[in-house]
Design a protein around this ligand. Sequence first.
Ligand code: AMP
Length: 625
Amino acid sequence: MSSYKETHKRSILEREGFWAAEAKRIHWHKPFTRVLDYSRPPFAKWFVGGETNLCHNAVDRHLKERGDQKALVWISTEVEKTETYTYKQLHAEVNRVAAMMQSLGLERGDRVIIYMPNMPEAVFAILACARLGAIHSVVFGGFAAASLAARIDDAKPKLMITADGGSRMGKVIPYKPLVDESIRLAEHPPAKVLIFNRGLDLNMPLVSGRDVDWKDLYSKTAKEPVSCVWLESSEPSYILYTSGTTGKPKGVQRDVGGHAVAMAASMPHIYCAGAGETIFTTSDIGWAVGHSYIIYAPLIAGMTTILYEGVPMRPDAGVWWKIVQDHKVNVMFSAPTAIRVLKKFDPAFLKQYDLASLKHLFLAGEPLDEPTHAWIAEGLGKPVIDHYWQTETGWPVLSAMHGIEKTAIKYGSPSFPVYGYDLKLLRESDASEAGADEKAVVAIEPPLPPGSMSTIWGDDERFVKTYFSTFSKKMVYSTFDWGIRDKDGYYFILGRTDDVINVAGHRLGTREIEEAVNMHPNIAECAVVGVADQLKGQLPLAFAVLKDVAKKTTSQEVMDTVDKQLGAIGRPKAVHFVTLLPKTRSGKTLRRSIAALAEGRDPGDLTTIEDPGALQQIKDCLGVK
Ligand code: AMP
């Protein structure tokens, strides 16, 4: 076993040799002629000239050796159902759905927006897109109609796929009316909408000429296999929208070959897992974690993947550990928020089931505080690995790599830079490298490794401007996170450098929430900040200035506006009304000072404030002296 340090060094110094070896983990229909084309920095093209297909690698390739092995197990504690698909059955379903899509006119390069809860048909649809070379864009079910419409207008899909509804804590959440509303709002609506009726929302009228009933089309579609479309390695495989500092979400574009290789390599090196083993990732298919570690990586590796629809404490707080026992789960992947939810329940739940099969629990998506890390690791008696990544990277940037070397875990730290990432901690002032224990910006020296975003969908310029322009002296990728490295080389993430907040592991731009608040007819302007929350990591808090103070406006009305515009995940925990916002003389809202006051911290340097009275109003709202 080589050391992680050696492996990391080799991956940077002998970049092409390193990745050429990793590329052997997947099937290439046509071999690549060059490992990397970096002639147009910062755009990196991996495995140039190679042809492959993600669906072939995730499904077809396994048929001979493991056709009867379970590929997908869907467990829904919401609708009390479990369904199991072997690789052969998954192949049959994906082919049928691909044929259905073809019958709706879908071709290579067309976009498909998938707005579905965690259900097997969503996985079939995603893999069917990959099979046909269509570009999927899965939108998390928590987003409201206006957010969905913005994504429709950016992706311009030919087809949308949805279900009648989802379910949370036993309560039905209708999807179809929301899809109808988003299409009404969109300028580039899809020609067809394919709808899987789960029987949850009984009142679901279909729009004639546009809406197609999944089950009806399924029964009319032949069972004949549909050939995989071989794609050049750098062609887009999918778009996944993520929040930034502007109101307009960014479409993170992923390639085909680099993505497949990165997924395949991460399983043995980071997750210590391989063919025949079982993984349970508790995420939603609408997030990057769901894409990578519910679907692509486990299936490419020939594993059994568990797709879960439900919450961690229903029917009781032992439900996940029962799944581990019953399905002999080897690897589990979840988020710190979920563990903080479980922490409120009796720790005896962690010991109630036989967890002998479980090797590791991985956590990511937000900072994992030391007490929570210790609580879960000690409660389970298993190694719990915190690892750090972003939608943009698609796989871990910082992690222990126990498949390479069993390094010790430090609570609160996502360990070390992962192979392929030339990670730097750079001083904000001059882009010079920070020393041990010095807080600095976490940056990546390009080229980004295989599987990381290739660009922003339809906007190369924005890709460069957003991610590679933080430092005037150096073209490096900024993660927009603060970090620190201790003297032993362990990294710690200290929060965002920008106005992005993390609510229960979900990234939201404060600008995005402000734009939603501003949609209320009586709001002139507002400031939204993230404040620390014990359970969810952070929660948005809004301060709003009314247009007409004589007109009665309640915080509930403002929250409802956010629910409608953005979705409940963006709902502020409170809305305070003020007559003016604290701003600098140049007109910038002092969000950092507001957030500091709300968290009981020192508001910092206020010499540039336009009107100190504005800050006093914030203090009065918060009851701070
Ligand atoms: P997203 O792209 O929505 O997954 O959000 C990525 C952001 O989540 C990162 O830029 C970090 O701010 C945060 N994040 C993800 N994983 C971790 C982690 N292990 N520790 C601390 N922050 C994390």
